[in-house]
Design a protein around this ligand. Structure first.
Ligand code: NAD
Length: 469
């Protein structure tokens, strides 16, 4: 027996569940098919549980530095099992919450794996439950939001084994506290786990193939962050390629090529964080002739694919692979289906945040990219050490950098490293969204004492008017 809906969403991550709720709000009879857990990777195996782990690590580090605040903590210690238990609890609470939200919005959830076959208005969805029961779902529109998973490189032995070589999944529920940890890849995933295990006392080495850590960030910011990571005792190897991994019963030896020379590093555990690939397999996409570029479904930026009635959003639709981009894309896609005003995502205005110690946050063009695009620029900088709140918090290490179009005063990019910058970046995102110029930013009153005052000072600095440096 077939069930009829206006829209079927496949995948219950931050792209899929947000799209389903928006569709229901717009009066569509909506179904959502999810094979594992609501909230997807973000809530269950990504953004959220890592933040919970990092929160524990942060308190532990602060306890170890209590004396600097006139406090004394004796015998600070941790229980990795309990830290992980808390992190899993946070994920569970939020995943359950997503279930309630879907129910409240009358979205029908199928606890099943979806496959697509040819249909009339759109592909037909076959939802296959764990007990094998199949339901045929017919709708005018189908949104694929199946997400992505860790990239592996089997030819170089970069393949997780669930024991010694981890992806983010195993790293979130570690079977042991590694004494020596090797992290391959210095993107957001690698650096966040490196920060977590370093804070708990592991000897951490990060290997990055490109010439600097977090290579997508502005060079000055990634150099600043690298200095801080090294100061915290992390071993950072850049322009370094892992050529192979050799395992024994309890450890892994990596052969790393740096400047044409091979070097070996032995660790108890390895975390692979070398990017992600879209979940495009076993869905029936080939049979339907869906256009795929490497592992991502090709769309028009509003979720439309080359197959009638089929849309794709979030990680499976390509970069940037961020939860907030997925949610936004989901809403745009649904509003377009509903015939409402919808706008494509401007990748320049998608902020990025990395929750390492120190945190990194950015939006827009880096200084190098702005120059490459031919802009004549003005650059402002403000160091945390010039900010009263940063000093009071004991967080004097950081930098706020702004890049302006010298001709028009348009804010082209903002790049920050230091405490709480992931909470502050939104100020610049709003400013960019409103096409603010330097004048409006300089005329804005920032509350004192806050870290956000540095955002003001950085703008002032770009125009030679900073007060506190
Ligand atoms: P990434 O692509 O951001 O970083 C992977 C890094 O690994 C790159 O810098 C690459 O140069 C390096 N690398 C690749 N092969 C290598 C090799 N053989 N040896 C050494 N280095 C190698 O990928 P990621 O960190 O796995 O994250 C995946 C995606 O998820 C990213 O787009 C990221 O932005 C997103 N994400 C975001 C957050 C966040 O916003 N906080 C958190 C997690 C993931």
């Amino acid at each position: 027996m077939a069930e009829n809906f206006d829209l079927v969403v496949i995948g219950g991550g931050p792209g899929g569940y947000v799209a389903a709720i928006r569709a229901a709000q717009l009066g569509m009879k909506t179904a959502l098919v999810e094979r594992e857990h609501l909230g997807g990777i973000c809530l269950n195996w990504g953004c959220i549980p890592t933040k919970a782990l990092l929160a524990s690590a942060d308190i532990y580090e602060k306890m170890n530095h209590a004396a600097a605040f006139g406090l004394s903590v004796q015998g600070a210690s941790f229980d990795l099992g309990k830290i992980v238990e808390r992190s899993r609890g946070v994920s569970k609470q939020l995943s359950t919450g997503v279930g309630f939200l879907l129910k409240k919005n009358k979205v029908t959830v199928f606890d099943a794996t979806a496959k697509l076959v040819k249909g009339i208005d759109a592909p037909k969805v076959i939802a296959i439950a764990k007990d094998g029961k199949q339901t045929e779902i017919i709708a005018k529109n189908v949104i694929l939001a199946t997400g992505a998973r860790a990239r592996t490189i089997p030819q170089a032995g970069l393949e997780p084994d669930g024991n010694l070589i981890w992806t983010y999944k195993e790293a979130l529920v570690p079977n042991t506290m590694p004494k020596r940890l090797l992290v391959i890849g210095s993107g957001a995933i690698g650096i966040e786990f490196a920060s977590f295990f370093k804070a708990l006392g592991a000897e951490v080495t990060v290997v990055e193939a490109l010439d600097r850590v977090m290579p997508v960030e502005d060079k000055e910011i990634s150099d600043f962050a690298a200095k801080q990571f090294k100061k915290r005792g992390m071993n950072i190897l850049t322009s370094a390629n892992v050529k192979g991994l050799k395992k024994t019963a309890n450890e892994v030896t990596a052969t790393i090529e740096i400047g044409g020379k091979a070097q070996e590093i032995t660790a108890d555990r390895v975390i692979l964080a070398v990017g992600i690939v879209g979940n495009v397999e076993n869905l029936g996409l080939e049979e339907l002739g869906v256009k795929i570029d490497r592992t991502h479904i090709v769309t028009d930026g509003m979720g439309t694919t080359n197959v009638k009635g089929l849309h794709a959003i979030g990680d499976v639709a390509g970069a940037p692979w961020l939860a907030h981009k997925a949610s936004h894309e989901g809403i745009s896609c649904v509003e377009k289906i509903a015939g409402k005003h919808a706008h494509p995502i401007d990748p320049r205005k998608v902020p990025g945040c990395t929750y390492a110690t120190p945190q990194v946050a950015s939006v827009g063009l880096t200084e190098a990219k702005a120059k490459e695009l031919g802009y004549e620029i003005r650059v402002g900088r403000f160091p945390f050490v010039g900010n009263g709140k940063a000093i009071a918090l004991g967080e004097p290490e950081g930098l706020v950098k702004t890049v302006f179009d010298a001709k028009t005063g348009e804010l082209l990019g903002a790049h920050m490293v230091g405490a709480e910058v992931t909470e502050m970046i939104q100020g610049y995102v709003v400013a960019m969204g409103l096409e603010t110029t330097e004048v409006q930013l300089m005329d804005t009153i920032f509350p004192h004492p806050t870290l956000s005052e540095m955002m003001h000072e950085s703008v002032l600095d770009a125009y030679g008017r900073a007060v506190h440096i």
